[in-house]
Design a protein around this ligand. Sequence first.
Ligand code: ADP
Length: 307
Amino acid sequence: MASKVTVKAPSSTANLGPGFDVFGLAVDAFYDEVTLTKTKSRITIVTDDNIPTKPDNNTAGLVVKNMKKKFKIKSGVEIKIKKGVPAGFGMGSSAASAAATAVAFDKLFGLKLDGNSLVEFAGSGEKASAGSVHYDNVAASVLGGFVIVKTNPLQVTRVDPPTNLRMCVAVPKLEVPKKKTKVSRGVIPKKVKLTDSILNLSNASAIVAGFMKKDPELIGNSIKDVIVEPARKHMIPGFDKVKENALKAGALGVTISGAGPSVIAFSKSSADLKKISSAMSRGFASAKTECQTVICKPSKGAADKRR
Ligand code: ADP
């Protein structure tokens, strides 16, 4: 068996508007690379990036700790992390490290776990960043494509996205608060109106149908969220303008990526994607905010051999 394994895992976007805490999509924009090496004892983290290096505070460290415990593995593990996914911008950064680590650990110790179990272990690592276990980003990052997460018990359904689906991501250059996910969860209403819940349910259902029918138009024009987006958009300078500009430039649907502050526009490959991206940049510029834009496709994820 190998004594060293390297796995890359992609960024991801959670929610896709009305699918709050349920939908995820792997996004071919950024990748984390994790190398696990067997050592004598202990879990150690090596990285040049600005992330926690104490195993309990790092999603990758926690995944290794949990998997070692579950499978009674005595060997130590060195975790080398090369970050490609910017941390704290709603692109599933901590999830990409956790996903790559779960897949690499499985390979390193020949566990041959199924996709659902890999997602479960990767999700357990998210406690180190978000304070709670959650699966939408890790499921997408591990399995690739579009995922629907059911919990209690965990059951993840993966659907291949349409090949002509494209996304324009705008990552604003902002100082993100340390506990951003917690802060952005704090602004969400505790109770919702039935009419709003019906609207979101109809759009979420149509998004699933859009992925099943390989119909980017149905996906894009159903990215409408009347519950979470209105509560969170004030945390993103220029959000309304970014969205309006992208739609005017031909995007089918636009929403906050995960807990933000990145904004993601959905389109078909035939759209003028550069025009949409620069329209989004102008939206952020109107609020005196610079941003990085990336035109991307859905990603195949980290666990491609297991699908
Ligand atoms: P987002 O999904 O918006 O990228 P994250 O869930 O990645 O946000 O949260 C980022 C936070 O998680 C940062 O405060 C960071 O310190 C912490 N964190 C812990 N482990 C990691 C890791 N391996 N990679 C990136 N961030 C990590």
